[in-house]
Design a protein around this ligand. Structure first.
Ligand SMILES: Cc1cc2nc3c(=O)[nH]c(=O)nc-3n(C[C@H](O)[C@H](O)[C@H](O)COP(=O)(O)OP(=O)(O)OC[C@H]3O[C@@H](n4cnc5c(N)ncnc54)[C@H](O)[C@@H]3O)c2cc1C
Length: 353
């Protein structure tokens, strides 16, 4: 099939991926319409945190410097266009789990490691007095959160006003609707059944977060002891997350709420949170792939108009703006294809392989 640059694109999905794709099309002058059927979105649950460091092994996240810079740039453009604050810089305090981890962090923070630009050591007397860190703690200064829900709600209102939004369901069997030359699939886990036809497994990673209201002075930084506690201001904190592969629906579990409360309390010298402090408890399904990389681009010659943009996993905020760039660059013929690391061909089961 001969390559043609699409004149009008249908973006399916009203979560973070669909929203950023709409902004990407707008930035490049590509005509689009956005459809969503209102089914549960991971983006309505996401804490929206960005963090360039993988704490498990004290390493930078995938392409962290480039992706963080692009995220900052794109969200700033959107903030200005919508006239709202979305981006919040909030450093993360990582509580060390043991002496060995503390030694490794300190060594890497000192210099000469790829993670060095992203982490700092922290003298004990710099720690907020509420924090319980018997082995010490380190800091990630260039971290924070984006108000994803506010972004999707305000963007939807704008697209509605511009006549570019429809409450409408779509799936592969509907084909490319009249008037459009391409469909960009931003349905999150809603794309799983269609992608499976091409041997692409999109997994559902179940996660829960809670919000609490407390009178305790817990400082203005995010505290991470595997579970994170993110200050939202005025005594509200978001606490998350859980990660499970065995639950296929976005249901909340009391066990998870108790686990998150217990973990948040463990990070403090005076454990104070009670179940009665919880003001919300939400669950969602993160669209995820086997190697934690998204699925972008064309998946079939027969459905040449279909372009995937999903599988953003746990890190939609950090990677999203770059994933939109890569998808649009390939769709518009600026690059010959999406990079190998997000290409469907990396799935051994991909039917085109
Ligand atoms: C508990 C939890 C905490 C998280 N915390 C963070 C975090 O701190 N930082 C971070 O970066 N990421 C976080 N994430 C991950 C983040 O939510 C995802 O990376 C991102 O939101 C995925 O966005 P999406 O648009 O691809 O999918 P979704 O948000 O799920 O959106 C899918 C959209 O498609 C629509 N749709 C589905 N099927 C159809 C259909 N057939 N027709 C039309 N529309 C359809 C849905 O209604 C929805 O609008 C978290 C996720 C969870 C669950």
């Amino acid at each position: 099939m001969e390559f043609r640059v699409p004149r009008k694109v249908l973006i399916v999905g009203g979560g973070l991926a669909g929203t950023l794709m709409a902004w990407g099309c707008q930035e490049r002058g590509v005509d689009f319409e956005q459809w969503s059927n209102g089914s549960p979105a991971a983006s309505d649950v996401a804490a929206g945190m960005f963090n360039p460091v993988s704490f498990r092994r004290i390493l930078p996240q995938w392409d962290a410097a480039n992706q963080s810079a692009r995220a900052r740039e794109v969200f700033s453009i959107v903030e200005n266009a919508l006239g709202i604050d979305l981006w919040h810089d909030v450093p993360i305090i990582r509580i060390f789990p043991d002496a060995q981890y503390a030694a490794l962090w300190t060594e890497r923070a000192r210099g000469g490691h790829e993670v060095t630009p992203f982490i700092e050591s922290m003298p004990a007397d710099f720690l907020h007095p509420s924090i319980n860190a018997p082995y010490g703690a380190g800091m990630v200064p260039d971290a924070g959160w984006v108000n994803v829900r506010l972004l999707t709600e305000k963007s939807r209102a704008l697209q509605l006003q511009n006549g570019k939004w429809k409450n409408h369901s779509w799936s592969m069997r509907d084909g490319c609707p009249p008037g459009f030359d391409a469909v960009v699939d931003c349905r999150g886990v809603g794309a799983a059944a269609d992608l499976a036809q091409f041997g692409l497994e999109l997994r559902r990673n179940h996660g829960e977060v809670i919000t609490v209201q407390t009178a305790m002075d817990w400082g203005a930084q995010t505290v991470n002891n595997v579970t994170w506690t993110l200050p939202l201001g005025n005594g509200a904190f978001r606490i998350g997350s859980t990660y499970r592969w065995d639950i296929e629906e976005p249901v909340v579990l009391e066990k998870s709420l108790n686990h998150l409360l217990r973990q948040a309390n463990l990070a403090r010298i005076k454990p104070a949170l009670l179940a009665s402090d919880v003001t919300s408890h939400l669950a969602g399904l993160r669209p995820s792939c086997f190697d934690r990389r998204p699925i972008l681009g064309r998946v079939s010659t027969q459905h040449h108009w279909y372009v995937a943009c999903t599988g953003w996993g746990t890190r939609g905020v950090s990677i999203g703006p770059t994933m939109v760039d890569w998808t649009l660059d390939a769709m518009l013929g600026i690059t010959s294809d999406v990079p190998d690391e997000v290409h469907p061909k990396r799935f051994r089961t991909f039917t085109k392989n």
